[in-house]
Design a protein around this ligand. Structure first.
Ligand code: FAD
Length: 401
């Protein structure tokens, strides 16, 4: 089944992740992580410091949905606090926002320690609407964040520093970050403690139990015997005991040519609040990456090429509408799309499976899935050490039953 189509921009990087062998014998370990996308790679880097961890991927590391992520790293969720009030208390939302900010700090610390080889940069963020009917919603969210100590500025028609129409916007100075997700994976792999225990082209076909051990069988018939399995296969649910953990969409992206002498206020990360929504940022070589226009995933025809072409065109038109003075300067150099998963509150599924406490999930959802993964590694570690964690139920598979 194909989950990504087109020519993802980020894995075109000159510095590739080195190749790892496929597994050709039976092995044992404490923890097996299945799936070497950004989630599995982040978790492997973290857990391999103190545990005996094996990481396997059925193809190449970092090439699946990870390389099609636009990689806007933000603390807020896809919905505003008032839209989440049926699912989360205000206290929980504040904790989640703070956890997002802390995760961005943790990426900064990683870069400080290991050098910046993944185009990482702290960024300001803007979420805006051009619809009068949504102004009240924006005012409420602004007030919610301001009253709870988040540094935010309200943007309206009077103080709008952007060249496009804004009825209401929330601007956060240095409230986000960006990086090249593929190169970040490369750095995480290179700083992992278990490089001799990483295997590519090694697909797990089945998982079964023998006494108190769990066994994962590969496509070549080899067995990996372990105490815990962490399923980090993105949105491929063939191995997850519980199906339909999330609702699936396809999200589309275009990347323009490098545009001379162009930027916008503070080169911030931008999201509109339209339906379908859009998000954009400036890449280091001054290309614009512009994504969104999500459509429902159809299992019979996962990626419909005709529809994808329509969506790339819709993105291009929308971009030109935002910056009409660039109309003749924009050329689209890359087009790609990938599977994108959502839960009702867009928090991922991180923790024990309902069927077996030794099989755990590490699945991200929503537009800030990467931040979920940075935070989620601590949650997994607490669960492995049987320590309480306030977020355990909020991210659990149990909540989806
Ligand atoms: C267009 C688009 C834009 C996005 N923009 C953003 C954004 O701006 N910010 C953000 O935070 N998030 C964004 N996301 C979401 C982000 O991409 C995901 O949260 C993230 O990539 C999930 O990573 P993953 O490791 O879980 O999945 P994947 O990258 O899909 O990795 C899963 C891996 O599991 C492997 N695998 C699957 N089955 C098996 C098996 N049986 N055995 C062994 N290996 C297996 C696959 O080969 C794959 O490498 C975006 C997504 C899309 C599609």
């Amino acid at each position: 089944m194909e989950y990504v189509k087109g020519e993802p921009y980020f894995c075109k990087a000159k510095n590739k992740i080195k190749n790892f062998p496929y597994l050709n014998k039976d092995i044992k370990c404490e923890i097996l992580i299945i799936g070497g996308g950004i989630n599995g790679i982040i978790l492997n880097n973290y857990l391999s410091e103190n545990h005996d961890v094996v990481l396997v991927d059925k193809s190449r590391l970092g090439y699946n949905c990870t390389s099609s992520a636009t990689a806007l790293l933000e603390y807020q969720l896809d919905d505003f606090a008032e839209d989440l009030s049926n699912e989360l208390t205000n206290e929980e939302i504040i904790k989640i926002y703070k956890m997002g900010l802390k995760s961005i700090k943790e990426i900064c610390e990683f870069i400080k320690k290991n050098g910046n080889f993944c185009e990482f940069s702290l960024k300001s963020t803007l979420v805006f609407t051009d619809q009068i009917l949504k102004v009240k919603k924006f005012k409420n969210e602004y007030k919610f964040r301001e009253e709870n100590g988040f540094e935010v500025k309200f943007i309206d028609e009077e103080n709008n520093p952007f060249p496009f129409k804004i009825k209401a916007g929330i601007f956060c100075k240095n409230g986000g970050a960006e990086f090249n997700p593929y190169l970040f994976c490369k750095q995480m792999i290179e700083t992992s403690y278990n490089q001799s225990k990483i295997f590519e082209n090694t697909e797990i076909d089945s998982i079964y139990k023998e006494d108190d051990k769990i066994i994962a069988k590969t496509n070549f018939g080899n067995k990996i015997t372990c105490k815990k399995i962490i399923i980090s296969t993105g949105f491929n649910e063939t191995l997850t005991p519980q199906k339909n953990l999330s609702e699936k969409f396809i999200s589309y992206s275009i990347v323009t040519n490098p545009i001379d002498n162009f930027d916008w206020y503070d080169k911030c990360l931008i999201q509109d609040f339209k339906d379908p929504y859009h998000y954009l940022r400036l890449l280091p070589d001054n290309r614009i990456i512009f994504g969104g226009e999500d459509t429902k995933y159809n299992i019979k025809k996962p990626i419909n090429e005709k529809l994808a072409l329509k969506k790339y065109k819709a993105l291009e038109n929308q971009l030109k509408k935002m910056f009409p003075f660039l109309k003749d300067k924009i050329q689209i150099d890359y087009k790609f799309c990938g599977l994108f998963a959502s839960t009702t509150n867009n928090l991922g599924v991180i923790g024990k499976s309902n069927e077996d406490p030794n099989i755990l999930y590490f699945l991200s959802c929503g537009a800030n899935g990467i931040i979920n993964a940075i935070f989620g590694r601590h949650l997994i570690e607490d669960i492995l050490n049987e320590l309480p964690n306030d977020f355990e139920y909020i991210f659990s598979a149990k909540r989806l039953l």
